[in-house]
Ligand binder design. Structure first.
Ligand SMILES: C[S@@+](CC[C@H](N)C(=O)[O-])C[C@H]1O[C@@H](n2cnc3c(N)ncnc32)[C@H](O)[C@@H]1O
Length: 148
């Protein structure tokens, strides 16, 4: 077993999973705050220089997992590790957010898909060096083409 100590909490306008946009083409532009615990504030030093951040968090309101499931807009079931389902063996969420500003231990961000109160376990700078034309989007790419 691994024990994680959250570094902070998401403050989001979403209080229920049904409020979060879902499916191909869903826009994630919700703004909110990553409230970091005061004892970790020094770890935010120099974070203002980044436009985007990876946020690692816990699906604290998801129960259990399914190795196969059919996400919204999919035409067949897919394995959990080829989806972003909340119902995974380790309930870890990953969201890329735009950093709008920092007020001490509070990071104002855009692009939240987490519920209010979600525990944050880590933050890292987003640095993608993979040219977009080399990315394959798997079954999701097929679904996007079907729905475009
Ligand atoms: C499809 S998941 C993707 C999350 C993240 N971007 C990822 O890829 O890991 C997003 C959904 O997780 C659900 N969700 C958000 N916060 C949650 C929480 N704290 N516990 C359980 N489910 C949550 C919402 O229903 C939301 O629509």
């Amino acid at each position: 077993m691994i024990t994680l100590d959250p570094i902070g909490t998401v403050r989001s306008k979403y209080t229920d999973p049904s409020q979060v946009p879902k499916g191909t083409g869903a826009k994630h532009d919700a703004e909110g705050v990553l409230e970091i615990r005061p004892e970790f504030e020094a770890g935010l030093t120099d974070i203002e220089g980044y436009s985007h951040l990876y946020v690692l968090w816990i699906f604290d309101r998801a129960e259990g997992f399914h190795l196969m499931s059919q996400p919204p807009n999919a035409d067949r079931p897919h394995g959990v590790f080829s989806t972003r389902s909340p119902h995974r063996p380790n309930a870890i969420g990953l969201t890329v957010v735009e950093l709008l500003g920092r007020d001490g231990p509070r990071l104002r961000v855009r692009g939240l898909d987490m519920l209010d109160g979600t525990p944050i376990v880590d933050i890292k700078p987003y640095l993608s060096s993979i040219p977009v034309e080399t990315l394959r989007r798997g079954w999701l790419g097929e679904a996007e083409r079907r729905h475009s």
